[in-house]
Design a protein around this ligand. Structure first.
Ligand code: KIV
Ligand code: ZN
Length: 388
């Protein structure tokens, strides 16, 4: 794979589903996976096959029905997990086993109760086991964001020697800060002698609201896979949001030398589907997929956008799958936006005086009503013609 290709690894169906209350049925996962495939997501993490019979069935169903994306199952660094993942992925055109073990001092001491040397041994054993079953193996250092760099270098070198084809650096608890996280990635790539034998990936959580910023900083430092979810769904404050990562890369070709395969036209419909299936609403001011992401209410902004779209927009709403670019009429709207919407509705005025009168009525209404809909405008114009 070329060095300017950024692999998009979507984990909505696995880490996204770990968000409390966001569980999905097998059929819902397949529906979402088909959307992700259409969007040209490179890797779809469909679940954690050993977690439950339902999760196994869902991973299997996604693996059997998706043909153009790699389908992945998570597994701990344990033989039984890895075998179950391989079984669920047997029908995939292209399958990946993703195995992980924690590498931070706090996780090794309290959660695993293992010595660092034992952790390396178990990681190597797991990667070898996975490679004996499938050729595409990802190894994750859980809590890498709080792990020691020297230890990360040692365990990653060993994992690559054992056959890992992707190395993932998760900021499991969302602790990283962009410059520092980018420096970690840079050091790993420079210090690990066999780093060029694997793709380096990042997986950022959003506890400090920095998941996307950390992911993009890591890409600038050389990461070539980003793990993310639709709408940023995920454990606690969520994961890096796919739509923000993809549109960040796409909107700033002056900064990023990489490209993704993602077809952004499918972003909004997929966001809607994930929201409907999980019952998690998308906040109105959410970047890219929020209902207000492209809506201009202020008069100055509306006027600017009507004169030249790029005055207040850095991307086109239509490119990410919105039907229209909504100019929301409200009390801050100006005469140009008012006239433009009426023209769209097929309403014209015989004189400027007639327009002015209707505009005055519109301002009175806008003071009382938060958003003015097309029906309000139609009623208002007919009133204005009666009262003028
Ligand atoms: O956040 C995390 O560390 C994970 C790993 C299992 C990749 O989700
Ligand atoms: Zn995670």
């Amino acid at each position: 794979m070329s060095n300017d290709h950024l692999v998009i690894f979507d984990t909505t169906l696995r880490d996204g589903e770990q968000s409390p209350g966001a569980s999905m049925t097998k059929d819902e996962k397949v529906r979402i996976a088909k959307h992700l495939e259409k969007m040209k997501v490179d890797v779809i993490e469909a679940g954690f096959a050993i977690a439950s019979p339902g999760d196994f069935d869902a991973v299997k169903a996604v693996a059997d029905s998706v043909k153009d994306s790699t389908v992945c199952s998570l597994s701990r660094a344990l033989d039984a997990d890895i075998e179950r993942a391989a079984e669920a992925l047997a029908g995939a055109n292209s399958g990946r086993i993703h195995t992980f073990i924690a590498t931070s001092p706090i996780h090794m001491q309290y959660k695993l109760q293992m010595q660092p040397e034992q952790v390396i041994e178990q990681a190597v054993r797991a990667v070898k086991k996975a490679r004996s079953l499938i050729s595409d193996v990802e190894f994750s250092c859980e809590d890498a964001g709080r792990s020691e760099i020297d230890f990360l270098c040692r365990i990653i070198e060993a994992a690559i020697d054992a056959g890992a084809t992707t190395i993932n650096i998760p900021d499991t608890v969302g602790y990283a800060i962009p410059d520092q996280f980018a420096e970690t990635i840079r050091q790993l790539l420079n210090r690990i002698p066999n780093a060029d034998k694997a793709i380096f990936s990042v997986h950022c959580h959003n506890d400090l609201g920095l998941a996307v910023a950390n992911s993009l900083a890591a890409v600038q430092a050389g990461a070539r896979q980003v793990e993310c979810t639709i709408n940023g769904l995920g454990e606690r404050a969520g994961n890096a949001s796919l739509e923000e990562v993809v549109m960040g890369i796409r909107t700033r070709p002056d900064i990023f030398t990489v490209q993704t395969r993602i077809e952004p036209l499918h972003i909004v419909p997929t966001s809607r589907l994930v929201s409907t299936v999980t019952g998690f609403p998308v906040q109105p001011n959410k970047a890219i997929v929020g209902k207000n992401a492209f809506a201009h209410e202020s008069g100055i902004h509306q006027d600017g956008v009507l004169k030249h779209r790029e005055t207040y927009e850095i991307m086109k709403a239509q490119d990410v799958g919105w039907n229209t670019n909504a100019i929301v009429l409200g009390k801050h709207s100006g005469r140009n936006a008012f006239r433009s919407r009426l023209t769209d509705l097929g309403i014209s005025f015989d004189s400027e005086a007639e327009l002015n009168h209707a505009f005055a009525l519109f301002k009175q209404l806008a003071d009382k009503k938060h958003e003015i809909y097309d029906e309000d405008l139609q009623a208002l114009v007919s009133d204005s013609r009666v009262t003028n």
